[in-house]
Design a protein around this ligand. Structure first.
Ligand code: ARG
Length: 585
């Protein structure tokens, strides 16, 4: 189904043409002044220059053509040249019914098939997931679901940090601590030799230790360097311990992502990209892009007109080792080969913006992807404590993501303690509510901005919160259950009977607009906004009317149909945000 503003734009464009003006002036948008009208068209203002005519005169000519139409209850020209529009109740109700029958529930589908790779999550081996990993995971998941809802083919790839210096350091330190491990023997044979278990705690603590040590101990640093080379060459013992470390990290990371409702199609890592490094170097050399600078191999990516200084991208360090940027470029080769994506999106915090700018420019210069492929980075702000500083634990440490989830779940459970409405596992319901609160609390903000983690606010039953939205869904559940109506029944919404119903019908009708906006801006806040508008309009409608005891059977049935479609659009919006609903709370 087309989105409402597209339908209206077609009607208004035809009216421009009919009145003798350029139809391309007829674009309609949702009104900035909901108190005056539901939609607006500003085309007459742009038409003024074209036709040497006062915009209000053009607007009047067009409004005259629109007024008699059944779609509108209002089509009015207002100075200096706006056309204010509101839908007739009959048309609005028909639109809501159309959404209810539509297999995509009013979510506009992309015009031509499109493939997107979304690179999000970005965990690292030997590093516990912490709150710095939250936003990439949940925003990435939401964008993946949103893009899928609009009919696109989307692959989520976690892009595990698993290759290079950090793991050389980590393994070198293991060797110091456990010299007896068979993997450190020259004749290690993975078929024959047993392998000790790796303790996850030790694994997560060892890298920072080894990293600090390498700064003071040149001998250790050199040993680690050798390990990197051995790893690169897949020396059996070194590769075996690396593999073991990775398995431990992956299984722990998978558990946490599962708890967060975040899921990937591919678990590729830098190590999988590294096999494309020789091809990358070959291409860069062939194109004459690679040159030496202070011993390193770099590609110039500065462009005329740059407002910031964009240094050359380092592809190989002076010791010929590969780095983060090398693998990002190599990964683009792999993605182009495997998926031929129309877009590749990356989600990390905004401190990596320059890195991605360099990578994208280099990739385009080298022709790793066609000129038309969109390479885009969403750099987001941090979750902070109430002091506006990056969130820290009481002892000043970084909060593990697992602990964050536990804290949120605990707070949600505490809130549910006295609820009598719960049937089923209270802990699991609390978890769903906690995650809804956390995700909505995060994603209702502009991604680029920092936001304050305030669990009490996020969990509040009223206000713009995930809890409020889940609660609204449970209210509708209860109405539909009492009326004996299945949740997914596409019922005919007949007509608007009372005034308070109109804003709910309009909020539902507008849900389709938000998917496109969320997708195009890489910003799930548009979905949050739409879900909140629907929920708060529903609350007003629910407050003012006794739906189940309504005496007129036709009105009652129509209201129930509105409740059902409200529920479905809300649940779909929430699902795209990665938020699961609960039956009751
Ligand atoms: N592992 C990286 C980090 O911790 C994030 C990876 C993001 N994705 C990418 N393709 N570079 O910063």
């Amino acid at each position: 189904m087309e989105k409402i503003t597209s339908k209206l734009s077609a009607i208004v464009s035809a009216a421009f043409a009919e009145a003798g003006y350029d139809p391309s002036l007829g674009a309609v948008s949702v009104s900035d002044r909901a108190d005056l009208c539901q939609f607006q068209c500003n085309g007459a203002l742009s038409g003024a220059k074209l036709y040497h005519k006062a915009p209000i005169m053009i607007a009047r000519d067009v409004a005259e053509k629109l007024s008699p139409r059944a779609e509108f209850s209002l089509a009015e020209a207002v100075p200096p040249g706006f056309i204010n529009l509101s839908l007739s109740d009959g048309y609005l109700a028909a639109l809501v019914s159309e959404i209810s029958r539509d297999e995509n529930l009013g979510v506009p589908q992309c015009e031509k098939p499109e493939t997107i790779v979304i690179d999000y999550g970005g965990p690292n081996v030997a590093k516990e997931l912490h709150i710095g990993h939250l936003r990439s995971a949940i925003i990435g998941e939401a964008l993946k679901r949103t893009a899928r809802a609009t009919g696109r083919t989307v692959y989520g790839d976690v892009h595990f940090g698993d290759w290079g210096t950090p793991y050389g350091l980590t393994i070198a330190e293991y060797k110091v601590r456990h010299p007896d491990w068979a993997c450190f023997r020259e004749d290690f044979d993975p078929e024959r030799d047993s392998f000790p278990d790796i303790d996850e705690k030790e694994l997560n603590a060892i890298y920072p230790f080894a990293s600090a040590k390498s700064k003071e101990d040149p001998e250790f640093k050199a040993a680690a360097r050798q390990v990197v080379v051995d790893l690169q060459n897949r020396k059996p013992g070194i590769y075996a311990i690396w593999k073991k470390m990775k398995d431990v990290s992956v299984s722990s990371v998978k558990q946490i992502y599962k708890r967060l409702g975040v899921d990937f199609d591919y678990w590729y890592g830098e190590c999988d990209a590294d096999v494309f490094t020789p091809e990358l170097i070959e291409i860069l050399k062939e194109k004459g892009l690679l040159h030496e600078s202070e011993g390193a191999q770099v590609v110039d990516v500065a462009e005329e007109g740059d407002k910031i200084s964009v240094p050359p991208i380092i592809v190989k360090k002076s010791d010929n080792s590969s780095i983060y940027a090398t693998w990002d470029l190599a990964t683009i080769i792999q993605r182009e080969r495997d998926f031929k994506p129309d877009r590749i999106w990356y989600l990390t915090d905004k401190r990596q913006s320059l890195h991605f700018l360099q990578v994208f420019r280099c990739a385009k210069k080298a022709g790793l992807v066609p000129e038309t492929t969109e390479l885009r980075h969403l750099g987001f702000g941090a979750m902070t404590g109430s002091d506006g500083k990056p969130f820290k634990t009481r002892d000043g440490g970084v909060l593990p993501l697992k602990a964050l989830v536990e804290t949120v779940d605990g707070a949600a459970l505490e809130k549910l303690k006295d609820s009598e409405y719960i049937s089923g596992d209270k802990t699991e319901i609390a978890h769903a509510i906690g995650m809804a609160a956390l995700k909505f609390g995060d994603m209702q903000n502009q991604p680029i901005k920092d936001y304050i983690f305030d669990i009490d606010k996020f969990l509040a039953f009223d206000g713009k919160t995930g809890t409020y939205l889940l609660y609204t869904v449970t209210r509708i559940n209860s109405i539909l259950k009492k009326a004996g109506i299945g949740y997914d029944e596409p019922l005919e919404y007949k007509k608007i009977t009372v005034d308070g119903e109109r804003s709910l019908a309009l909020a539902v009708a507008l849900c389709g607009e938000s998917y496109e906006r969320a997708f195009e801006d890489m910003n799930p806040a548009a979905l949050c906004e739409s879900a909140y508008n629907i929920a708060s309009a529903f609350s007003r409608f629910y407050h003012d009317n006794r739906i189940l005891t309504e005496e007129n059977p036709e009105t009652r049935q129509s209201w129930l149909a509105l409740c059902a479609v409200t529920r479905r659009t809300l649940v779909k919006l929430l699902d795209c945000l990665g938020i699961e609903t609960v039956e009751n709370m």
